[in-house]
Design a protein. Structure first.
Length: 409
């Protein structure tokens, strides 16, 4: 391999694949590399919640509004990469009634449609819901299948001229007075590339790439556990209506539900403890909403690491760190052709990609608009085609391994 791309995107999660697609649709010569299969990091090790924005409504109204807009966009363009389930925020008897009202009013102020239900009406919507639920309100949450979403973005990028290389780890970055001059990529590439611009979209691993280039990012990664258990018939996503805490989300799959999650600081996103107490606590807390999950057979358990960006973070509790995203331009550190996009949520990956692509195109003098909000993803109406994309780029990930490819088994 000798061709050098105009833009090299490092990191094949949702954001990196989204950036690659966005740039390719604007006619930019772009290559994506990832050290493993696509979506193998945070994207494919999440609980797969398509956020309506309600979870953040009272604490971060702009971030919640971003979620609302992007969730609507994904429902329009992503087809079988997402599932519209709806969601419920439920209040148990001991939960703060004022907080419930504050969140519901904040949702309405942002434009998130809600419908208030008493406890009996909520149990009609969700048979098996705890008798301790005294009230609830509906929100337009849903489910994302990240393996499909990321693979569809990568496939569309390649259809428009991009090059995508899974199993291609970055081994070294050379920097001179003009910025990044060369990137050594191993694995399936095994070559030194000389791009004009480099985008670091590696999420929780952003500090590692930044270190290679001699710049700083400032990640504060946090691990969380997800447990999939047998449970048939849950319709909407369940959210505990309280300040975010362990075990307050239940995400429906076909014949399963995903319970989560914890938030524990980690210093290394590759090497961290996977503690049994996290599993036990998540199950116990989710069972407060849906009692049958306490004794349901466990099907699989996995941990993911959130790519939280907090350069000044010193405390241990990272639930309060913003889930918004930040685009860092490292020109002020003497590397003007390197950018890091950090933070954010799976639901807002497309917006993160658009903002990043806008900046890169501005530097390149490319005057083409973003099209990703309006162009439907390839395979969106064909699960088998989506699953073929997933197989091409490394296979399904834990979040959706019960769904992706199952029809072909």
């Amino acid at each position: 391999m000798t061709d050098d791309p105009t833009v090299l995107v490092i990191g094949g999660g949702a954001t990196g694949a989204g950036i690659t697609r966005d740039l390719a649709l604007r006619g930019v010569d772009v290559t994506l590399v990832d050290r493993g299969g696509l979506a193998g990091g945070t994207s494919g090790r999440s609980h797969g919640l398509l956020h309506s924005g309600a979870r953040y409504a009272e604490a971060d109204a702009p971030g919640a509004a971003e979620c609302l807009t992007e969730s609507r966009t994904l429902k329009a363009i992503a087809g079988e990469c997402v599932r519209e389930t709806g969601g419920l925020f439920v209040r148990l008897a001991d939960d703060d009634a004022d907080y419930f009202e504050e969140k519901r009013r904040a949702c309405e102020a942002i434009g998130i449609e809600t419908e208030r239900l008493d406890g009996d009406a909520a149990r009609e919507v969700v048979p098996g819901l705890s008798d301790d639920v005294v009230e609830a309100f509906r929100v337009p949450d849903g489910v994302i299948y990240p393996s499909r979403l990321v693979a569809a973005n990568a496939a569309d990028a390649e259809r428009h001229g991009a090059t995508v290389h899974p199993h291609a780890p970055v081994e070294d970055i050379e920097v001179d007075e003009a910025g990044v001059s060369a990137v050594r990529v191993g694995g399936s590439v095994d070559a030194t590339l000389k791009p004009e611009h480099v985008v670091n979209a590696t999420g929780a691993w952003a500090d590692q790439i930044a270190d290679m280039a001699g710049v700083e990012v400032g990640m504060a990664p946090s691990r969380g556990v997800m447990i999939s258990v047998e449970y048939d018939g849950l319709g909407p996503v369940l959210n505990r209506c309280r300040d975010p805490d362990d075990g307050d989300i239940v995400v429906p799959h076909d014949g399963e539900v995903v319970l989560g999650t914890t938030s524990v600081p980690v210093s290394d996103p590759d090497e961290y403890e996977q503690a049994a107490w996290e599993v036990d606590r998540s199950i116990e807390e989710c069972a407060a909403m849906l009692p049958a999950v306490a004794d349901a057979p466990e099907l699989r358990t996995w941990w993911g690491v959130r790519p939280l960006y907090a350069p000044e973070e010193a405390g241990a509790n990272r639930r309060g760190i913003s889930r918004g995203f930040t685009l860092l331009d490292h020109g002020g550190e003497g590397v003007p052709n390197l950018y890091s996009v950090v933070g954010g949520k799976l639901t807002t990956y497309r917006e993160m990609a658009e903002v990043t692509a806008d900046r890169v195109c501005e530097r390149l003098g490319v005057d083409e608009p973003c099209e990703t909000a309006d162009r439907r993803l390839p395979g969106a109406d064909d699960p088998a085609e989506l699953d073929a994309f997933v197989e091409r780029y490394g296979g399904a990930n834990p979040t959706d391994s019960d769904v992706v490819g199952v029809a072909d088994d």
